[in-house]
Design a binder for this molecule. Structure first.
Ligand SMILES: CC(C)(COP(=O)(O)OP(=O)(O)OC[C@H]1O[C@@H](n2cnc3c(N)ncnc32)[C@H](O)[C@@H]1OP(=O)(O)O)[C@@H](O)C(=O)NCCC(=O)NCCS
Length: 260
């Protein structure tokens, strides 16, 4: 069972794997992951076809995120995901990553627990049908807010995301939104002001939208409820290595289960 790096030409099959699992990521999301982490996106082939994937996104040395852990149904329970995870963990250790995190589905959680990941906190997807929109906000610098919220340098990720996202920002924070396979994806959104977030989300959520939030942030939960979003999926954020917590009361929407 040989682990190999994923390349540009794998994107369409990789996107088929995430679609098979019912996920919202598009080929553009995969393309961004591969561009940002060319040495850290892994796959396994069987009978000449890509059947299993896992990605590792590094935010400096302090934090890295595992995502896109997928095995096509016909090849599940043969150890493919475990092999890829062991490979990704070894790569993170080799890079000196202090804190390795991921957002686990029910299906993935037993595997991650067996590999030493601990539960950190829940993370939830909320959903809303199409709505009439409000006014947007002007772009400003995103990095200061994000750095404070995550205590890690996600500047490369933010730069890449802004290329295929609608950006709203001012001195109080920022909110991005991008097209998804099933619904518009709101996030990341980092702010000190609920008022900012309310305006930003009303302006970007005209279409059917997904919003992934940390339910321990009571203001995010209250706002999602107020704006008519409904909870749809529950995942568990897990960590291996050093616990790393930032200003999570500023995190209104994460960047994606695969990105943190
Ligand atoms: C979760 C997933 C990636 C596992 O892939 P896999 O290649 O089948 O995993 P492995 O064969 O390496 O199994 C490793 C362990 O995971 C757990 N596991 C795998 N599939 C499972 C399932 N359907 N139900 C419960 N546990 C499961 C088991 O602990 C398994 O060990 P065991 O078979 O010795 O009991 C795969 O089921 C999948 O793609 N699911 C849909 C997408 C998803 O939820 N991904 C996880 C995102 S966090």
């Amino acid at each position: 069972m040989a682990v190999r790096l994923l390349h540009e030409q794998d994107i369409s099959i990789a996107a088929e794997l995430s679609a098979e699992a019912g996920w919202n990521q598009t080929a553009d999301d995969w393309r961004m992951l591969l561009r940002l982490n060319p040495e850290n996106c892994f796959g396994i082939d069987a009978e000449g076809r890509l059947v299993s994937t896992a990605t590792l996104s590094c935010y400096g040395r302090k934090l890295a995120w595992i995502g896109m852990v997928l095995t096509t149904r016909a090849y599940q329970r043969r150890g493919f995901a475990r092999t890829l995870l062991l490979h990704a963990i070894a790569r993170a250790d080799q890079l000196g990553i202090e804190s390795l995190k991921l957002d686990a589905t029910d299906q993935g959680q037993p595997l991650y627990e067996s590999l030493g990941f601990r539960v950190e906190q829940p993370v939830e997807r909320w959903w809303r049908p199409p709505q009439a929109g409000g006014a947007g906000l002007q772009p400003a610098n995103l990095l200061d807010h994000d750095m404070e919220a995550y205590k890690a340098d996600r500047s490369e990720l933010l730069r890449a995301l802004t290329q295929h996202s609608k950006v709203q920002a001012n001195a109080d924070g920022f909110c991005l939104s991008r097209p998804g396979r099933r619904a518009n994806y709101i996030g990341p959104c980092v702010s000190q002001s609920t008022e900012f977030v309310r305006t930003a989300i009303q302006a970007c959520a005209h279409e059917e939208s997904y919003w992934d939030l940390l339910p321990q942030n009571q203001s995010a939960l209250a706002l999602a409820t107020e704006l008519g979003f409904k909870p749809q999926r529950k995942l568990i954020r897990m960590v291996r290595g050093r616990d790393l917590r930032g200003r999570e009361d500023w995190i209104y929407a994460i960047a994606g289960f695969e990105l943190g």
